[in-house]
Structures are given as structure tokens and as C-alpha cells.
Design a protein around this ligand. Sequence first.
Ligand code: FPP
Length: 233
Amino acid sequence: MVKGLKKLPKHIGFIIDGNGRWAKERGQTRSMGHKAGFRNLERIIKECFYTYGIPVVSIYAFSTENWNRPQKEVDYLMQLFRQCINEEFRDKYPNVRLNIMGDHTRLDKDLSDACAKVMVETKDITEFTLNLGINYSGKAELTYAFNQMAEEGLKNITAEDIDNHLYTKGQPPLDFCVRTSGENRLSNFMLWQIAYAELYFPEVHWPAFNKRDLYTALKVYQGRDRRFGAIKE
Ligand code: FPP
């Protein structure tokens, strides 16, 4: 039992929203918001893994729709990914398998190669997994899975077949999804894996979502009655 929490999710997801609004409230640029959001991401991911022992963490970092943002903002976000993946990942996240969700080949070649390299280097780690959604959307993931199954000639497709063709193959489904900044929507995040997840929408903007907010979120999760469509006798 960690810090009085009895029931923890095996798989937690974060839709990290509100970097821009956080910056605007402080008279700062959107890039400053992303920089603060990036720093916070590291704090919260580490807290999930190393304080609470949650084995799988999924982050919606850059969606397939985020390419439509101004080029300057996209470039800045790509620079942050570069920093995370190139220089820091193995040192900052020991015992963590990196799993990029999304087609990373659409990124600049150096970044795509770096993603592939870290994924290969960490592929046998079983303790913790970080699913990083980059150029990711739930619909794109499902489309990719269906096309793979079609190519393999699969017939009478089962839910298990679909599980096995997603980026999260072999992982538990999402138990708990946190979206910061007060919007109550999923925005195309892990549409299959989220089927029975508990959802939580705190008002706080992502850069300000701190360790105490994570604890509060996990307390909320603990209080949820998960029935998976069944009833209690
Ligand atoms: C949402 O805030 C945030 C994003 C679209 C990008 C978040 C990405 C990072 C912080 C960098 C991630 C780094 C790694 C290592 C993957 P918003 O800009 O939509 O906020 P707003 O809705 O208030 O404008």
C-alpha cells in the first residue's frame, strides 16, 4: 500500500491539456507553457512509476491533428521530444520501456531514428512501460490495426485480434484517464483501450498539475466502483 492508497491503476493515461492557457494567464508565450508542461511531465511520470509503482503510463503528447498548429509551435514541440528521447531517456527513466504510439516515421529522420533506437534498446524491460503518443490518434491506431489484419488475411476478427494489433499489444487496458484543464472530452485518445477506464477531468492546467493533484486523482480512482457492466450481488 502506497501513501494510504489501496487500489491503484495498472495503466494510467494523461491527456496533457492547458499548456497554452497556463502560459497566457502568466503573460508568457505558448512555448513557455510547453516548456513548463514538459518539465512537469517528467515529474508526474516519475511519480507514477517510482512512487506509486504503476506499471504502465500513457501520454498523449502530440496528436495527428497537432500538425495543424503554427510551424513554430510544432518545431518547438519536436525540439522537446528530441531532448527527451535523444539525450535523456535512458538516464532519466531507468527500468522503463519506451513505446512510441503513432507513426514516428512521419517525424524528422533523426528523431524517428532516435525513437526506433530507444525502443529497441528498452524492448525487453518489463517493469515499467511508457507509451508516448506522438503523431498519434486512436482512430489512426485502429485504422492501422485493421489494415495489418487485412494484410495478414485474418477472418472472423475477435477483440483479442484487435488488442494484438494495437501499439499497446500485451499491455493491460487503460484503467484511469486524467485530462487536465477542464475539457470533458477524449479527443481521439486510446479509443479501444479506454473502453472501461475511469475518467477524471481536473480543472488545473497541465503545467500546474502537481504531485498532490496526482495523489488526489488516485484517491478519486480508489473511490470509483468499477463493475465492468456486471452488478453486485
Ligand atoms: C496541450 O496543451 C499540449 C500539447 C498539445 C503538447 C504537449 C507536449 C509537451 C508538453 C511536450 C511533450 C514532451 C515529450 C517528451 C513527449 P495546449 O497547447 O493544447 O494548451 P491550450 O489548450 O491551453 O492551448
